[in-house]
Write a protein that binds this ligand. Structure first.
Ligand SMILES: *Cc1c(COP(=O)(O)O)cnc(C)c1O
Length: 482
């Protein structure tokens, strides 16, 4: 008899309880596709007909509802954009799960009436950053910047904003020369003042300047690449100025003969001209962080007089992708009213995760940032010891544990080393580690694959050990550990 006739039929396979359960979770189409693929492998003789069912179950187990594969980040880079930036806290994960169904996102359960979106996250942000009068959350940092620039200096700058905030009266302070308290005809503010040292490309070819120009704002370059003074801004201010923007150089450093404007002086200058000062922090720190003394934070910028600060949710804040706008009430309100705000708004999952991140204790990003080097060393040594015990011909565990500096990665702390340790393995294990389950991504450096535990939760040490053993076995590299 043709062995292919022994291949289990599709309906028989689909009727198996585990297969049927998988069809519920993954969708019938996906499961049928996997059934067909396994049957094809049997038809071609790649596997025996008797192995079809077991192979199918293995394929179903490996199959996730979406194609994103969880990764153990062993690079030592905390905010790794290629690896999805921040790993969410348990609280944030639980919040996402809870928000996944119907929720009272824009509904007041007490009155049965329509409610305001994002009130919970707004309250959490204002509690975490009392220097801010109001907060607004949008899709990401770039969206926050786009919204701010569009509303304050774009093609359709929000004239209601200027009307409601007479530029001759407080809170901007000293009298503004140009509005004389009336919203009467004036040239539309359309310029953004930005230091030449702060034209930032944030990655993958995206330039903040292009983004702002796409909003119809004109960028007025101020100062020089290495030095920009408050006087430079003073000379550039004109009735066409929509806002003064300060952008954190979050992914590069200018060293040597450098100077930048002091925020307090710059805000005083901007306010004297009735113009808001916007600070794009990128990093997302709400308060100063002892580990990164040079990193700007929202509270300090607002205390220095910034009217609006912009930050990402998934950088040093350690939350979901989001753009956070914090600042003076009228400025934030003007942004919230702008038509673009509707197109850039954050979804319920991000709002839930962000609120939980801000409310709960240390997020994984913060824990990784503050990780104690001595504890990292102990964990790394323990991992090396267990690896040596599990893999024959493994060398002295201590010889493969090396000092290794972790990094903040995206959105801040450029060039700041975070002292720690790594396991130095042969380069050849990197491939099997990446394609194994769980996938492990280490740092390739000088012909070695470095495994840094900084961003690996301790609860995953066992899983990581098994992945390392499997990868070493797969490459026959055990003898090359030294
Ligand atoms: C990262 C960053 C942005 C963009 O934020 P996303 O959340 O990635 O959109 C904007 N400005 C600065 C200074 C940044 O560091």
């Amino acid at each position: 008899m043709d062995p292919r006739r022994r291949i289990p039929r599709t309906d028989a396979l689909l009727a198996r309880p585990r297969v049927a359960a998988a069809a519920e979770a993954l969708g019938a189409g996906v499961v049928k596709g996997l059934v067909r693929a396994v049957q094809d492998r049997a038809r071609s003789g790649e596997i025996a007909p008797e192995a079809v069912e077991a192979e199918l179950l293995t394929a179903l187990d490996a199959r996730r509802p979406a194609s994103l594969t969880p990764v153990i980040n062993a690079t030592g880079v905390i905010v790794h954009t290629n690896l999805g930036r921040a790993s969410l806290s348990e609280a944030a994960r639980a919040a996402v799960a809870e928000a996944s169904g119907y929720t009272d996102l824009e509904f007041d359960l007490a009155t049965g009436k329509r409610g305001r979106r994002g009130t919970g996250v707004r309250a959490a942000l204002l509690e975490a950053c009392p220097e801010a009068e109001d907060a607004l959350v949008v899709n990401n940092g770039a969206a926050a910047l786009l919204l701010a620039v569009t509303a304050l200096a774009g093609r359709a700058a929000d004239t209601r904003f200027s009307a409601q905030t007479p530029r001759a009266t407080p809170p901007y302070g000293s009298p503004a020369p140009r509005s004389h308290g009336s919203p009467s005809p004036r040239s539309e503010p359309s310029e953004v003042l930005l230091s030449r040292g702060e034209f930032v490309e944030i990655g993958a070819g995206f330039r903040l300047s292009d983004l702002m120009e796409s909003a119809g704002a004109r960028l007025r370059e101020v100062g020089t690449t290495n030095r920009t003074h408050v006087d430079d801004y003073a000379r550039a201010l004109s009735p066409a100025t929509g806002c003064v923007l300060k952008v954190h150089t979050s992914n590069f450093r200018v060293e040597g003969f450098t100077a930048e404007a002091d925020l307090a002086e710059l805000s005083a200058l901007a306010h004297a001209h009735g113009v808001p000062l916007v600070v794009d922090l990128g990093s997302g720190l709400l308060e100063p962080e002892a580990v990164l003394p040079g990193e700007p934070d929202a509270a300090t910028a607002l205390a220095a007089g910034a009217d609006l600060v912009i930050a990402s949710g998934d950088k040093l804040l350690g939350g979901p992708q989001a753009g956070i706008l914090l600042g003076r009430a009228e400025v934030v309100a003007a942004l919230g009213r702008h038509p673009l705000a509707r197109a850039l708004r954050a979804d319920k999952l991000a709002l839930a995760a962000l609120e939980a991140t801000v409310t709960a204790g240390e997020a994984p990003v913060t824990r990784a940032l503050r990780a104690d080097p001595e504890l990292l060393r102990e964990r790394t040594l323990a991992l090396a010891r267990e690896l040596a015990a599990a893999v024959p011909a493994a060398p002295q565990q201590s010889s493969i544990v090396v000092p290794h500096d972790g990094r903040v990665g995206g959105g801040g702390g450029t060039g700041v080393p975070l002292p720690g340790w790594a396991l130095a393995l042969p380069e050849a294990v990197a491939g099997p580690l990446r394609t194994g389950t769980p996938a492990v991504v280490g740092r390739m450096h000088e012909g070695r694959c470095l495994i840094d535990l900084r961003c690996v939760p301790e609860s995953q040490d066992g899983e990581l050990l098994r992945a390392l053993i499997a990868a070493l076995d797969a490459t026959g590299s055990a003898g090359g550990l030294r």
